[in-house]
Design a protein around this ligand. Structure first.
Ligand code: FES
Length: 116
């Protein structure tokens, strides 16, 4: 199910209750792959699912506080910002999330928003 506002297309991903704490879930939408996490605090984080180093699947990584460790070579990525932590460099896309009626939605920028 999709909903659209001016800048986002909100794609229904999964039931909030079905998300295990600190365990990634892969969500796919029109060629994009997102790693969705329900943090211990209850907050949601959504980032691009592929590590900028060699495309490790971040949904399979280890969550520690606000970071995910890539399962391939252990690079540490800050979930809220998507920034790879020093001494490594790089970043992954982050996505907005929201919960409505117990369902988690991920916000994808509209084509117009991506072009601006
Ligand atoms: S692929 Fe993620 S650290 Fe190498």
């Amino acid at each position: 199910m999709k909903k659209q506002d001016e800048q986002m297309i909100w794609v229904q991903a999964v039931s909030y209750e079905d998300l295990a704490i600190n365990t990634g879930k892969t969500i796919r939408y029109q060629g994009e792959e997102v790693a969705l996490f329900r943090m211990k605090s209850g907050k949601l984080q959504a980032i691009q699912n592929r590590c900028p180093h060699k495309e490790g699947v971040l949904a399979e990584g280890i969550v520690c506080d606000d970071h995910i460790f890539c399962p391939m070579h252990d690079r540490k990525i800050h979930l809220p910002s998507g920034l790879v932590q020093a001494p490594d460099t790089g970043c992954v896309k982050t996505y907005s999330t929201k919960i409505e009626d117990g369902m988690v939605y991920i916000g994808f920028p509209t084509a117009e928003e991506m072009a601006s």
